[in-house]
Design a protein around this ligand. Structure first.
Ligand SMILES: [Zn+2]
Length: 317
């Protein structure tokens, strides 16, 4: 009887221990996975709430609840076989032919324009003041090739491989001896190369287009890259909201291409427009519809050269 009881007790004990191990094992795993799921869903929910909140702030133009963005850029000066290009001077050398000096003037002017958006008389509404995005010259201190902090000088041809790849928006300054103030952007969906023609030609031969004109042009081209069509484009998504493509075109009804040059169909320069996406001397005005489009795209893009800054921060480090 005693033996039997001991055996029975031992078996019972084994059984209890087995059940305990199993239940603790499953129990802890179950708790872990439930806990992890909770953590993930809370993070997802937080992110989703953040997105909804910011997107609704953009719709409402509630600027206090809209973050600022930085566009990380590099500048590339490309030498023309006859004309040459800007020289590689010292940062403190303020000769206008010093590429470092000219690039700094350009970036300062672009950022000034973006901090103080103007008014275009042809639009039914304009965004005033801070555009909520700025340009930032990008460099990495560990890159020993990057001697001029994100400003590069190339002989004859634009670089086939850009030193920072997709991490920056590459702004190429080139001359062809013909185009005195022209730009070309790679596309509308945060591609990362744009070319400006004529900057050095204007400096060398004292032409009428200085860094300020190229800053306007640069804002226009970056407008394309962020998804904006020309203000005189017939199919502009802001047409009829706060933009009038026919007025922007001035002569002719409008132009049937989002980003193509209008080849004389419009007479933009006499239109009186100051819209960033028109052809004019100001290019410093955006309508609310255009600006919301830019903000939405800046917020939603996966582009590596767009940085969303924490609330309260407006400039780079
Ligand atoms: Zn354009």
């Amino acid at each position: 009887m005693i033996n039997f009881n001991i055996n029975l007790v031992l078996r019972l004990l084994q059984g209890i221990i087995f059940i305990l191990i199993i239940s603790i094992g499953f129990g802890s795993c179950g708790v872990c996975s439930v806990w992890n799921k909770q953590k993930i869903s809370q993070a997802d929910q937080g992110f989703a709430e953040d997105s909804v909140r910011i997107l609704s702030a953009i719709e409402d133009m509630d600027t206090a609840r809209i973050p600022h963005f930085l566009i990380d850029i590099n500048i590339h000066f490309v030498k023309h076989p006859e004309l040459g290009t800007f020289y590689r001077g010292k940062p403190e050398d303020s000769n206008i032919e010093n590429g470092l000096h000219w690039a700094r003037l350009l970036i300062n002017h672009v950022n000034w324009a973006l901090d103080s958006l103007g008014t275009s008389p042809l639009s039914s509404a304009n965004v005033k003041g801070d555009a909520h995005y700025n340009f930032n010259l990008y460099t990495e201190s560990t890159n020993t090739q990057d001697s001029f902090g994100g400003i590069w000088f190339w002989d004859r041809y634009a670089p086939a491989i850009y030193p920072y790849g997709e991490r920056v928006l590459n702004i190429v300054l080139q001359d062809d001896g013909k185009r005195m103030l022209n730009g070309a952007a790679c596309g509308l969906d945060f591609c990362n190369v744009l070319t400006l023609y004529g900057a050095y030609h204007n400096v060398k031969y004292k032409g009428k287009f200085g860094w300020w004109a190229f800053a306007s042009l640069l804002n226009h081209e970056v407008g394309h890259i962020m998804g904006l069509c020309h203000s005189f484009y017939c199919g502009n998504p802001c047409a009829g909201i706060d933009l009038d493509p026919a007025k922007e075109c001035h002569e002719g009804p409008c132009y049937n291409d989002c980003g193509g040059p209008n080849n004389g169909v419009c007479n933009n320069w006499n239109s009186g427009s100051q819209n960033m996406m028109g052809y004019n001397s100001g290019q410093n005005a955006l309508t609310p519809c255009q600006w919301k489009l830019v903000m939405r795209n800046l917020f939603q893009t996966k582009s590596k050269f767009i940085r969303r800054l924490p609330f309260g921060q407006e400039t780079g480090d």
